[in-house]
Design a protein around this ligand. Sequence first.
Ligand SMILES: Cc1ncc(COP(=O)(O)O)c(C=O)c1O
Length: 361
Amino acid sequence: MTTGTIMIPHSRPSIAQDEIDAVTDVLQSGHLAQGVVVERFERGMAAYLGLAGGVAVNSGTMALEVALRVLGVGPGDEVLLPSYVCAAPWQAVQRVGAQARLVDIEPDTFQIDADLARAAITSRTRAIIVPHLFGLPADLTALARLGVPLIEDCAQTLGATEQGRAVGSVGTLTVCSFYANKLLCAGEGGMVLSRDPELLERARALREYDGALSLNPQATNLKMTDVQAAIGFAQLNRLPELLTRRASVARQYREALAGTSATVPAVPSGRSHVYYRFVVRISRRGVGSDELNNCIGRLERAGVQCRKPVFRSLHRYLGLEGFPASEAAEDNALSIPLYPGLADGEVAQIIMAMRDEWRRE
Ligand SMILES: Cc1ncc(COP(=O)(O)O)c(C=O)c1O
C-alpha cells in the first residue's frame, strides 16, 4: 500500500446512535437474555416479510438446521443446495443426518440453477436450500414450480424482489443471519420465519432445552439475547435507508466500470439487487485463482481490501466434478467493498483503484 493510503476494509458494520441507544436501554433494563426485545424483533422481521412469525436463534447456521428439522428432514433424506455457497448450508444438512446433493449455479448470476435442481430431484429429496447470494434473488418462480419445499436462505439478501415478490416470502421456511457483516446485523444471530404457525411452533420448541412436557433430544439452547435483538430491531428500522445507500454506491460503481474489462453484476429482468456484495467478474486472459489473487494484491496496495466472495465451492471440498459454473465463479469473481458506512471519499478511492486495475488490459 502506498504510504499515506488508508486501507478500506472489505466489510464494516453500519452502527448508528439508534443501535447504541437501543442496546443501552436493554443494559439498563436489567433483562439481558431472550425476552420482550427478541419478541419485538421477531414480529418486526415477520411483518417486513409479510409472514406469520419468526423464531430468533443464535446464528444463521442454526436457523438452517432448525428449518430442516422442522420439515422432518433426517437420515435417508436428500437436500439440494448449490455448490457455490459458504459451508453453513452443507453443515446444517450433515447435522440432521441427511445427504446433501449439490447443484451448479446459473453462469451469469451465481444463483442455484433451477433446471439443474429439477434434474437432481429424486424420490428422497425433501427440501431445497435456496441461498439468495450477494443481494440478488434466485429464480424463485422456477424453483417454486419444482414441487419441493424451499428453504429460502436470506442471509445475504433482504429487501430484494423477484417478479414483484419479496425474497423470503415465497419458501415454506425462510432463514436469516444477522452476523456482523450482514445487510442487517446484530453481531451474531439468526431467525427462522414462515407463514405457517404450526411450523413456527415446531421451530420454537427446538431452541430451548426446557419448557416442554417431554424431553426432546433435538432441542438445545439456541437463544438470541435481548442485547442482540435490540441491535437487530434498530437495524431493521433503518434497513430502507441502509439499502438506499448501498444502491447509490452500486450505481456509481456500475457507471465507473462501464468500458473497462470487468463485468458488473448481472440483474436478470424481474429481479432486483440489494448489493450485499458488489461482485465483479475479471476477464483477464488466463484468468484463474493465481490471477485473482494477484488482482486482490494489487487492489490491496491501492488501499482497497477485496475478497473472493465464496472461499471454496462445496464440490471442491468433497472432490466432486461437474460444476463448471461454480468453478468459473471461483476463478473470476471478486467482491469489492460496498456498504452503507463507506464515506464518499472512500467510494472515490475504490472507483479509482478499480478503473486503474481494469483499464490495464
Ligand atoms: C448464504 C449463507 N447462509 C448461511 C450463513 C450462515 O450464517 P451465520 O454466519 O449467521 O451462521 C451465511 C453466512 O453468514 C451465508 O452467507
